[in-house]
Design a protein around this ligand. Structure first.
Ligand SMILES: [Fe+2]
Length: 167
């Protein structure tokens, strides 16, 4: 094979391997997001059970919507990782190790504090969603990038509503 063709093919191999590395890094970021949603799901149900106070009825119902949605996000992010050729984290221990969202104790909490907690966690998750979107755009991965737009729209709406409900 002529020298210039060999150079060309090794350049292509190099491009393919950096794409593979990019996909691995994207899947790692998706696994952090998966862990965030998994811990957020547990925590939002914790808040649904333990919330207490004058606006209990509204908060109890809203938190149920939130944890149902978090559970759906867990499944959709895991399936994105699988479509991307990766392996989604699937154990509680791995979620706790990888997540930026931190669990809370099993104890009563005021409506105001519960909503403040949910808002802080959604802010953390939104930052991770944006990191996934940036990595997906760098890789030219339109599937993951478009999926992150849905998370951004959903989280931004919750953050706006939770901001409106603050005293
Ligand atoms: Fe319930």
């Amino acid at each position: 094979m002529p020298a210039h063709e060999m150079q060309g093919s090794s350049h292509m191999r190099c491009g393919a391997s950096s794409r593979r590395k990019g996909t691995i890094m994207l899947n790692e970021k998706l696994n952090v997001l998966l862990a965030d949603w998994a811990v957020a799901h547990r925590k939002l149900q914790n808040l649904h059970w333990y919330v207490k106070g004058h606006a209990f009825f509204q908060a109890h119902v809203k938190l149920e919507e939130f944890y149902d949605e978090a559970n759906e996000a867990v499944d959709s992010v895991a399936e994105l990782i699988l479509m991307n050729g990766g392996k989604p984290l699937a154990s509680m221990k791995e979620y706790l190790d990888a997540s930026n969202v931190v669990e809370r104790e099993s104890d009563f909490i005021s409506v105001n504090d519960a909503m403040t907690q949910a808002k802080a966690d959604y802010e953390l998750i939104l930052a991770d969603v944006k990191a996934v979107k940036d990595a997906a755009d760098e890789e030219g991965n339109a599937l993951v990038s478009a999926a992150m737009d849905d998370h951004i729209a959903q989280l931004s709406k919750h953050l706006w509503m939770l901001g409106q409900s603050e005293r």
